[in-house]
Each structure stands twice: as structure tokens, then as C-alpha cells.
Ligand binder design. Sequence first.
Ligand code: SF4
Length: 330
Amino acid sequence: MNELGDKMEFVSAGDIEKYAYCPLSWWLSKEHKSVHKNGVKKHFEAGKELEEIKRKEEKVRLYERFVLLISVAATVAALIGLSFLYGKMEKTWNIFFIILSFLWLYNSLFFLYKAGKSSILKPRYEKIILLSSVGAIMIATFSIVFSLPPSPEIGRFIEILAFLWVVSANLIFYRTLNISEEIVEKKIKYAPLEGEIEYIGNSKEGKEMESQKYGLRGKPDYVVKIGNDYIPVEEKSMGSNHPRFSHVMQITAYCMIIEDVYGNAPPYGIIKYADHQFKIPYEERWKNMVINIRKNMLRDREKGEAHRNHNNPKKCAGCSRREYCPERLA
Ligand code: SF4
């Protein structure tokens, strides 16, 4: 039994979409798969492009970390080099700096402890830890190095080393800018620039997500992380100037899966048609409808039959299973 109090059977978000359109369409889809070759090709191409964006974004993040580390190392090296060029430091100052570095280090450990306790604030604390650890190391290093006798040779060698590091940091930074520019144009089609492509379902590697809590599973086309929110996006090859009910049910099912998988309910999901896109708020009323559809689907599965639940000939006229349907109205 799951949290909804029914049998622990999984239903896919794709089947929720079919059932919401017409229960009989879902039933017929088991035997008659309708494959829109163009749609599949477009999905696959979008998946490949998204993977490329994700790969490049990871590269940019790695390069940015390199640039930061090399810059800090070059600054420390330059200052150490200077200290070798110009004399010793008084003993009182030396002790003062060693105490300061210990206090600083203690401060880092405090934030490390806080970061371990809070997963939401972790990224913010990690930055403070990094900066304050670097500060502590710098102060401790200066207090030791300044107490050593001056040595112009060592000083000059370290200064040259620092200069070379600065040059390499600049080269890496330049490369990072180039890659970022390459990404921007492509990414804007899929996600806001501040968002990260978190998951790609429409690719060969895209694994199905499962919600034990709601008994749902599926692969949204992709998921974008904006701040702490994970937003599912579903692309449709057809055009539409309004969100279709069955698609709203499908995107809500993805929101429910994401709520369970990431432990954070998304504020909305996105449906992208060929000509328009819509933000569908993740609301209780849609969620209850998905829960009901899933229950009816399990009931029909057990009965071994499903029937048309509407009197709309237009629906039948646009149905991809019309050809095989014994209850069609058009
Ligand atoms: S043709 Fe009409 S009744 Fe038959 S499956 Fe499609 S929508 Fe349902």
C-alpha cells in the first residue's frame, strides 16, 4: 500500500495523459502504439542539444573553480615572494597573526558544522567556508614567512611563478567566456539563463523517475533547476494556443513525481507547444484530478476494459486511435 492507501502499482505520467484524453484511447494504446516519427526525431535532437549544454555548463563551472583557485594561489604566492624580498616581521605581530589565523580557522569550522546541519543553506555556507579557510591559510603563511630572513633569489622565483599562474588563470577565464557565449544562444530556447539543466529524460541515458508516495513514474522531457526549485518541462510537437487538459494532467503528474524525488514541491511545470508555452501552477485541484485518474485507471486495469467517457466528436476526430476504435464518434 502507498500513502494514498491503495495498491502499490505504478502508473506512468504518459498513461495519465492518454487516460485524461479518453480512457479508451489509453486502453487501445496498449495494442496500437502510435508513433509520430517527426515528434520522436525532434525530441531526440532536443535531448542531444540539452546534453551538450549540460556538458558545457559543467565544464564552465569546473573552469571557474580553477580560475578562482589559481588566482588565490597566485595572490598568496605574490605576497610571499614580496615578503622574501623585504625583511622580517616583529615577533609581537607574528604572534598576533598566528592567533588571528586560529580564530579564523575556528570560524570556518563553525560554518562547516552549520553547513552539515542544513542542506538548503549548504551552498551558501560552502562559499563562506572556502573564503574564510583561504583567509586563515594566508594569515598563517604570512606570519611564518615574514619571520624568515629575506632572500631575493627565492623572492624573485616566487614572483615569476605567481605571474605565470595569473597568465594561466586569464587564459582559462577567456576560454570560459567563449564556452559561456556558445551556450547562451542554445540554452535560451530551453531554460532561463540563471537555471541549470538538471535532468534530461528525452535522451538515451534519461532514467525513469519514480514516486513511491503517489504511485507514479515517468520521464519528463527535461527538468530545470531554478534556485531551489526543480521545474519539469514537457515539449509537444503540435501547436496550441491554450494548455490541453490531458497535457495539464501529465505535467501535474511530473510535478508530483518531482515533489517526491527531490523532496521539494515545484511551484509550476511548463508545457511547450510548437508555437506557445504555458506555466501550469502545481495546484491541489490538478493534483486531486491526477490521483482520481490513477485510481480509475487501476480499476479499469483490473476489470480488463475501458470505455469512452465523453460525447465530443471533435475529440474523436483528432484522436490517433480512431482507426481502431469501436466507440468512435467521428
Ligand atoms: S476515437 Fe474517440 S472514443 Fe475512440 S479512443 Fe479516440 S477519443 Fe476515445
